[in-house]
Design a protein around this ligand. Sequence first.
Ligand SMILES: C[S@@+](CC[C@H](N)C(=O)[O-])C[C@H]1O[C@@H](n2cnc3c(N)ncnc32)[C@H](O)[C@@H]1O
Length: 239
Amino acid sequence: MNWHLDVHPAEERKEILSAVERLGPWYHSFNLADWLKIEGIHDGDSVLASLDRLGFPRDFSGKTVLDAGCNAGYYSFVAKRRGAERVLGVELDPHYVRQAQHLSNLLGLDGQFINDDAHNVDASLGTFDIVICTGLMYHIPDPTNVLSKLAAVCTDTILIESEFLLDPALTSMGRFIEGAYMGDPTNWWIYGPQCLEGMVRAAGFGSAEFRGFYYEPHSEKSPEGIPRGGRGFLIGKKH
Ligand SMILES: C[S@@+](CC[C@H](N)C(=O)[O-])C[C@H]1O[C@@H](n2cnc3c(N)ncnc32)[C@H](O)[C@@H]1O
């Protein structure tokens, strides 16, 4: 994504660079300009290229968008850049909310970012044509609850990027993780593609379609000895 951050005075650039440093560490990487690269763990640009191939909307014109578990706002900003009218990011960790708010101002993108738990999403936030839910579903201990809350505020489409079980024989299953997965104790679930489709429909969406994997580490195991999941994309539609 080219963010076109155009700042010329050296003094201003210095201030921006020191604010980025102060707001770290970052999970989201941003290539904001040749003089301003935010180095995180998550390379949104390469994931977005894969999601675009799997049906992530290239046009958000006039849409209202909720980005659940938005982190520093990468996908919120993509939606805005692609024409969204309103974008609200909900993020559990205040450290990331500060990053998202800062970048929103810096890029002049007018996103709204709040510090809250996706389990608390309700109509007081408004309704949204599109809900973005990337990298969140496996961090949620109570996923059917959260999906129902997201369905209640979504009028059209939910975009879910997640870890998925790779074994086709397990497609209708979900794996509950007790302890850590990939060194992270906040990982709770890995879903089979058909399992998550069913959960999305049960939560109140009229249809759900797994669009495919973009990362498939077959036969690898996590450091905890659990078979590695793949990364894939699923789109749910209200009607
Ligand atoms: C793997 S990151 C994904 C970030 C971003 N959506 C993306 O795809 O790059 C998961 C994010 O969800 C946030 N998160 C975890 N549990 C949450 C919850 N219950 N409510 C809101 N955000 C949550 C984490 O703090 C983290 O920023």
